[in-house]
Design a protein around this ligand. Sequence first.
Ligand SMILES: Cc1cc2nc3c(=O)[nH]c(=O)nc-3n(C[C@H](O)[C@H](O)[C@H](O)COP(=O)(O)OP(=O)(O)OC[C@H]3O[C@@H](n4cnc5c(N)ncnc54)[C@H](O)[C@@H]3O)c2cc1C
Length: 277
Amino acid sequence: MKPAPFDYVRAASVEDATRALLAATGTAMVLGGGQSLMPLLALRVSPADVLVDIGRIEALRATAQIPGGQRIGASITHAEIEDGKVTDHTGGLMRKVAAGIAYRAVRNHGTIGGSVALADPAADWPVCLLALGASVRIAGPNGERVEPIDQFLRGAYTTSLEPGEIITAFDVPTPPTGARIGYTKVVRKSGAFAMSIGCVVRAPGGGSATVTLGGTTTRAALMLETSQALAASTAPSEHELRVAIAADLAEAAPDADAYQLRLHTATLLRAVKETLS
Ligand SMILES: Cc1cc2nc3c(=O)[nH]c(=O)nc-3n(C[C@H](O)[C@H](O)[C@H](O)COP(=O)(O)OP(=O)(O)OC[C@H]3O[C@@H](n4cnc5c(N)ncnc54)[C@H](O)[C@@H]3O)c2cc1C
């Protein structure tokens, strides 16, 4: 199928994009890398009257060191992170995540901003950025606001974005020196969306840990009990971890069947074990 007819606006600046989104007659949508939006339009799942293309806005491609971390522009592509064109300050986590998204043609165009804006529970960036404690920078008609990604993500395909707002960048904290990182995902076939993704960022020697889960969940979710179990002990037993994971899954994946629960449990245990060895 082909998309229904739409108007196209190429925004020259963030302000220009905001103005165009608000001035549009009908449904206006931001066009990032187009890797999710264009198929959705072609399938007529997501109708748009106007597409506002933000791909040529240089400000959205900026990266910078900030106190305690790095700012990454929303229009940075998966491939640019995979190729190390953006310094990976996360001990290799972001490069690994980028390299595992879809296949190279999608990674060449798809952006980190578009991925988080879509808020697909099975997408990689929301799970990773949540584990890293990132914040989302958003520009809109009332200026700029910054929101922790945990608050920004509201549910499957639902975020706090208001009409006229766009994601401009992410502030991604640097993990503690020597942090142990785990990232595991289960896909049916190479290049497909994940059925389960587990991510762990753990301070060396314990003390603090963040565990997140995505896939067939309601959204990328913090696994609070598992994080606590991992922070409380340098070598928690598998039984302790399984009890904590089961409690977290009851919240994060309330509709999961027995197969999905086993899958998520295995994914999380594998990601945790990567941080224990
Ligand atoms: C075959 C295939 C396999 C894939 N596999 C994976 C996978 O394994 N893991 C994974 O994580 N992803 C996967 N994806 C999705 C891919 O990563 C997309 O690049 C990503 O989801 C969307 O990024 P985009 O820049 O292309 O955004 P677009 O497709 O342009 O937009 C997506 C949505 O975000 C909005 N949007 C875009 N940019 C912004 C912004 N800056 N501010 C506000 N709203 C914005 C759009 O309006 C739209 O609603 C796959 C896609 C395909 C086609």
